[in-house]
Design a protein around this ligand. Structure first.
Ligand code: PLP
Length: 450
């Protein structure tokens, strides 16, 4: 392995001089020299098991050889078009390949660079084609940080503080967070009606459904705390949208590309979106995102109504084509399901012995462990999670929090994680949780989220 630039350590020590606090003060800014599958290799020479997967952007692990080969070949051929000026094959190949796997026959695409940008695009598309102004989103959802995307984001108030006024005509209703359900409906085991009662109330008193262009929702809350809705929630939401001719935008930026054990969580939950937003793992770490919609919708978004310079970059598209091929050819989804069962089992065992674990939930390899303070009536325990993150990292395991108080541990190993790698990561986590001291006070963790 090539020796890292000897200047790196000095520059890493000046991190807080060089990068904005919103980048520098995140967790843990581990200086790394390379990524290999499920591992990041640190500047300190250690191999860290990466159970953050590049914030769910590297589902195939770091530097999958087939993705690297496809990107390298494209890099030597054409780096930039842009689309609209030059038509290059990777963007067409990718559109064809993605149309074959999107749920509900979404077969036309607008290509952009990152998740936030795709959410912006989806909101604009919905307004444009419906000629309706309003958008409904769910409390706890995270959709990005631009002024439009932040308007539909409520996973934590920190994403909105000092940025008001945001977009007008955006309304929020509760997401079914069963573990902390204010109505304790979860105790009955039946789906909470509250989101639908809230929608009824909203449409009766605040905004006419005839003014609502779209409802945007994450199939599983990501940044908002890895909250899995009851199975009937999304199909009921689909029916609700149909009743009022409202478009359903599914934000699968985090859940997409195999994370939940199916190619998309839409399949996991049996729901058909009108518009799908995709990014993160779409190109195994290259910046790329998509707004996907049915042709009859997308074809009404006229020329000039939206656009991009870098979106659908040829290298990113080539990497995405290779990513889809690997997902199809290499038994990745089967691996997700097998590893998921092992992880859920191990974490459920840990929950039985630890008073600090309130809930273990997830689908596929998108698993959240919610930590609570047993001495404060199960209050969210961000401090406990912060301690676990630091102790796990010391032992060579990289993890990241979620939730408004940083009280949920994300367990998102790459989808190619082997049984042995998963077991090694979970053994570290178990050791740290079993060694937790008795007393804690809850608090916020500092982090950027995503
Ligand atoms: N939507 C969801 C569900 C996300 O998880 C994220 C990022 O974490 C975004 C949107 C925003 O994506 P980006 O950070 O690429 O702008």
């Amino acid at each position: 392995m090539a020796h890292p630039d000897p200047g790196f350590a000095g520059r890493a020590a000046r991190l807080h001089e060089l990068l904005a606090p919103s980048l520098a003060d995140d967790w843990p800014n581990l200086p790394v020299v390379r990524g290999e599958g499920a591992y990041l290799v640190g500047l300190d020479g250690r191999r860290y098991l990466d159970f953050v997967s590049g914030m769910a952007a590297c589902n195939l692990g770091h530097c999958h050889p087939r993705v690297v080969a496809a990107a390298r070949q494209q890099l030597e051929t054409l780096i930039h078009g842009p689309v609209g000026v030059a038509l290059y094959d990777p963007i067409l190949q990718l559109s064809d390949a993605l149309a074959a796997v999107t749920p509900g026959g979404l077969d036309m695409f607008f290509w952009s660079n990152g998740g936030t940008e795709a959410v912006e695009g989806a909101l604009k598309l919905a307004r444009y084609v419906t000629r309706r102004p309003a958008i409904v989103a769910f409390i706890g959802g995270f959709h990005g940080r631009s002024l439009g995307a932040a308007s539909v984001t409520t996973s934590s108030v920190k994403y909105r503080h000092h940025y008001e006024p945001l977009l007008p005509a955006v309304y929020h209703v509760p997401y079914p967070y069963c573990y902390r359900c204010p109505f304790r409906a979860a105790a009955t085991g039946s789906c909470c009606d509250d989101p639908f009662h809230s929608l009824d109330r909203l449409f009766r008193h605040v905004v006419s459904p005839a003014d609502v262009a779209a409802i945007i929702v994450e199939p599983i809350l990501g940044e908002g705390g890895y909250v899995v809705p009851p199975p009937e929630f999304l199909p009921r939401l689909r029916d609700y949208c149909d009743r009022y001719d409202i478009l359903l935008i599914l934000d699968e930026i985090q859940t997409g590309f195999g994370r939940t054990g199916h190619m998309f969580a839409a399949e996991t939950f049996g729901v058909r979106p009108d518009i799908l937003v995709l990014s993160k793992s779409i190109a195994s770490g290259f910046p790329l995102s998509a707004v996907a919609a049915r042709r009859d919708l997308m074809s009404r978004w006229s020329a000039g109504a939206h656009g991009t310079t870098f979106g659908g970059n040829p290298v990113a598209c080539a990497a995405a084509v290779a990513t889809l091929q690997v997902l199809r050819d290499e038994g990745v989804l089967e691996n997700v399901r097998a590893r998921s069962a092992e992880a859920m089992d191990a974490l459920a065992r840990l929950q039985r012995t630890s008073p600090f674990i309130g809930d273990v939930r997830g689908r596929g390899l998108m698993i959240g462990v919610e930590f609570v303070d047993p001495e404060r009536d199960g209050a969210p325990a961000g401090e406990v999670v912060r301690h676990i993150l630091a102790e796990a990292l010391r032992r060579g395991l990289l993890l990241y929090p979620a939730g408004y108080a940083g009280h949920v541990l994300r367990v998102i190993p790459p989808l190619i994680v082997t049984r042995e790698e998963l077991a090694a990561g979970l053994a570290i986590l178990t050791e740290v949780v079993e060694g937790l001291p008795g007393q804690w006070r809850s608090g916020e963790t500092t982090r950027r989220g995503g």
